[in-house]
Design a protein around this ligand. Structure first.
Ligand SMILES: Cc1ncc(COP(=O)(O)O)c(C=O)c1O
Length: 310
């Protein structure tokens, strides 16, 4: 009875939207679990099912004497368990960067970055095919934002020129440019070298989301930015652990000042329960795996798959 009473109260406007979705043949349903062979997930390297990583994670928790199931609070309160610092140090070494800050997911990382970093009076320029999490973060922030044509540096340059000329801007106005190093739908990559040269020359801040490059491009899967040796020209990189790493979570990597700023102002970092020790141990183990000889071969594997598909 209760159930029926609740159903009757479902708002008409929302019901209308659901009906429209169905009429457009675009109604989303959760898939049922199956035992089919995986040709479609983001687990590009099969690390989510890798037994060595599973066993290593267990050993790491045993060695550290960690038996907690959950983090128990946000990282600024009780949730900052010892595995976090170890993982962040590992990420800095692996990704040749000064500082790293782990977030609960790539979605959280992008929301937390773009809602907090660009300020009122600043400008954000984003590739028209950029991930939804970046768009959502930009919408939550106070900076003006403009999209540029997919992977088109000339369009980016002219959009910046036009916008900066048209708007009255303050002397301390900052320009942020964001793109992905591999776009998931077509697997294509912008000319990051040209983009970073341009950003460096003009004093603009470049942010690269490496969600789909980590694990599969660059030495030991360290990503395209490092492969091109342009990391020093990048303001921030977003690396995620739910795809090739086969786990869950993400990190923003950049300068110490950036990490200090995010710890203080990034709301999706501050107001949420931290990841469990088990998840952090899994990410650490997966990175350890990438650092081994087996990990080294992942880049080659991906190149072969890429060649076959193209
Ligand atoms: C480019 C990009 N950034 C961020 C995310 C979000 O990452 P996560 O799944 O860890 O929330 C995704 C996931 O699809 C993505 O493709």
């Amino acid at each position: 009875m209760l159930h029926l009473a609740y159903m009757a109260e479902f708002p008409k406007k929302l019901q209308k939207k659901l009906s429209e979705r169905k009429a457009q043949n675009a109604f989303r349903r959760l898939p049922t679990p199956h035992n089919l062979m995986d040709f479609s997930s983001n687990d590009y390297l099969g690390l989510a099912k890798n037994e060595a990583i599973y066993a290593d994670t267990f050993q790491l928790l045993l060695k550290k004497g960690i038996s907690e199931n959950g983090a128990s609070g946000s990282r600024l309160l009780t949730g900052n368990h010892s595995l976090y610092a170890e993982l962040e140090t590992r990420l800095c070494e692996f990704h040749a960067v000064e500082s790293a800050l782990v977030f609960n997911s790539g979605y959280d990382a992008n929301l937390g970055f773009f809602s907090a970093v660009p300020q009122r009076g600043d400008f954000v320029f984003y590739d028209e095919l950029i991930h939804a999490s970046i768009r959502d973060g930009i919408k939550m922030g106070n900076a003006k934002s403009y999209k540029f044509k997919h992977n088109d540096l000339e369009d980016l340059k002219s959009k910046i020129l036009l916008s900066l000329q048209a708007e009255s801007r303050s002397t301390d106005c900052e320009v942020y440019i964001v793109t992905e190093s591999v776009f998931s739908m077509d697997g294509d990559t912008p000319d990051l070298k040209a983009m970073s040269d341009f950003g460096k020359k003009e004093g603009y801040h470049l942010i690269i989301d490496e969600a789909h490059a980590i694990g599969v491009f660059g030495k030991n899967g360290s990503g395209i930015v490092q492969h091109m040796a342009i990391q020093d020209a990048i303001f921030a990189r977003i690396v995620t652990f739910g795809k090739s790493i086969g786990a869950h979570g993400a990190a923003i990597i950049g300068s110490k000042a950036l990490v200090d700023y995010l710890i203080n102002f990034s709301r999706s970092f501050i107001y949420t329960t931290a990841l469990s020790p088990h998840t952090i141990a899994t990410i650490s183990s997966a990175y350890r795996y990438l650092g081994t000889q087996e990990g080294e071969s992942t880049e080659g594997c991906y190149k072969i798959i890429f060649l076959v598909l193209n």
